[in-house]
Design a protein. Structure first.
Length: 487
């Protein structure tokens, strides 16, 4: 047998492979790559789903399904406090781990996940990954977002509350006495942002509609960001996706009313130090407020009502507190932030809803600094991506008690409350603690007691879970109520 008679057919067969078995070869290569990532990694000893340790496709799929907070809770129930959720990623459930991950000054940074969120060309406080630049941006934004500064805008919030109540009065006096409270809470949060940030009334509450589809647009953009952020390089391929291109704003960058709204204060910051806080920074930080501040506050208020109205005894106890405060003259109309702070049971209900249903449903990601670090007593190598989720952390039984899964606001009136407060992450943590939390707390503290005092609410579908899709925030719908005036 000549060598040619052997090599010839063999070579021919090899050349057939790309033609007939290309997909098979590709598949084998992917499996080999996945197994390499799974086993050739310092994280290989941690438990987790097989696919998650081989590829980020697993995270992508979980996010795509739209209920990732439930997936992560199930995952930790199944695998324990540390789960491998990506080839280079661990998810942590313990409060000690969260403390280390959010500790300031340890060199922990945000991951590329945030890079996908707009505006990519000029990151804002939320999307900026470089810690030095983030600190610089914060220097110019902390003051405008301070409670003292925001309280000066209380009268604008009062005016939107009044507009909301005019609408709700209309429903309470109409034949069916029924409305979609969830939608109106969303409209309220958006209109407050418009007033506080730009002195501009968008008219969501007034028209009772999602003006120009803005809410839907933001949700779609955030779904894209949250999903593609799981595999950030995909953004290069999808950059021209129409959802990823920011809508132009009609604001010309000046406060037409002369009020010290957020935008005006950002512009003043820019004028003080134009090289450190540029015009583009002003735009991106103002733009960021809209993305970060409407779904989050709306979701929190919807969860507050959903849990409260499904618990008649809690609802009754809260009404008793509000009525007693009104009778004693300590709850005026409109309600002030400080008055609401002095309502212990109301505060307990608010904290309990932020504990059980925090508005951010995706995991929050950070990257271990190059030199590595200790998390909850174990060393992790530099570059490891580490993640936590408020829905998981807030159910820790060692902190929140054996009934941590249950809705029980009374826990916030017990001796352990201080410790529980230290382990709440509804606003994130560390140097990236939510910048807008004072605004969210201001509007919720003012609005919620005022609505509860004026109206009686009953769920149209008691016990039925709210529909939701987790983009970055848990975007909910279906909070329909029967409504009537209490007085
Ligand atoms: C109840 C309402 C809100 C909740 C639950 C909430 C939650 C959060 C969370 C969990 C983070 C940390 C995210 C991370 O580290 O990946 C965050 C950051 C942020 N939030 Fe909020 N937020 C709320 C309202 C607002 C409002 C009203 C604004 C602005 C108008 C806002 C602006 C921001 C900004 C700019 C950041 C980035 C902070 C930084 O990285 O330094 N948020 N928020």
């Amino acid at each position: 047998m000549s060598p040619d008679s052997v090599v010839g057919p063999l070579l021919g067969n090899v050349l057939q492979i790309p033609r007939f078995h290309f997909l098979l070869v590709l598949l084998l290569l992917l499996v080999a790559r996945g197994l390499y990532k799974r086993y050739n990694s310092p994280l290989s000893t941690w438990p987790g789903p097989l696919l998650a340790s081989c590829s980020r496709v697993w995270k992508f799929w979980v996010t795509y399904k739209g209920h990732s907070e439930h997936d992560y809770m199930d995952l930790h129930r199944k695998y324990g406090p540390i789960v491998r959720t990506g080839p280079n990623e661990l998810s942590f459930a313990s409060p000690e781990a969260a403390k280390d991950i959010f500790a300031v000054g340890k060199g922990v940074e945000k991951t590329d996940f945030y890079w996908v969120f707009p505006p990519a060309e000029n990151p804002d406080v939320f999307t900026e990954i470089r810690e030095w630049k983030h600190a610089q941006l914060k220097r110019f934004t902390v003051q405008p977002y301070s409670l003292a500064s925001l309280q000066k805008m209380s009268s604008s919030i009062d005016a939107i509350e009044k507009e909301l109540m005019d609408r709700l009065d209309g429903f309470a006096n109409a034949g069916q006495r029924r409305c979609n409270l969830g939608d109106y809470l969303h409209y309220f949060a958006f209109d407050v942002l418009g007033e506080v940030a730009f002195s501009h009334r968008y008219g969501f509450v007034g028209t009772g509609t999602d003006v120009e589809g803005c809410i839907k647009y933001i949700d779609d953009v955030q779904f894209y960001d949250g999903l593609v952020g799981q595999i950030p390089w995909l953004h290069y391929l999808l950059r021209l996706n129409p959802l990823a291109i920011g809508k132009k704003m009609d604001n010309n960058g000046k406060s037409s009313t002369g009020r010290d709204d957020l935008l005006a204060q950002f512009i003043q910051g820019h004028l003080r130090a134009p090289d450190k806080f540029t015009e583009a920074d002003v735009f991106s930080v103002a733009h960021g407020a809209i993305g970060a501040g409407s779904d989050s506050t709306a979701s929190t208020m919807q969860s507050f009502f959903y849990l409260l109205l499904n618990s008649p005894s809690t609802y009754q106890a809260l009404l008793s507190e509000l009525d007693a405060a009104t009778t004693s003259g300590t709850l005026s109309d409109p309600v002030s932030y400080l008055e609401a702070q002095a309502l212990p049971y109301f505060q307990a209900c608010l904290h309990e809803s932020m504990r059980l249903r925090p508005a951010v449903g995706l995991n929050i990601y950070r990257k271990v600094p190059p030199e590595g670090m200790q998390i909850d007593g174990t060393f992790y190598p530099g570059g490891t991506e580490v993640a936590v989720n408020g829905w998981v952390l807030h159910r820790d039984k060692t902190v929140f008690g054996p009934d941590a899964e249950d809705y029980r606001p009374e826990r916030w009136l017990e001796s352990n409350a201080k410790e529980m407060h230290r382990h709440m992450y509804q606003f994130g943590g560390g140097s990236h603690l939510c910048l807008g939390r004072n605004l969210a707390l201001l509007e919720m503290n003012k609005l919620l007691p005022r609505l509860l005092r004026r109206y009686h609410f009953g769920l149209v579908h008691p016990g039925r879970p709210l529909k939701h899709r987790t983009t970055f925030f848990v975007v909910q719908e279906g909070l329909e109520v029967y409504i009537s005036l209490r007085t």
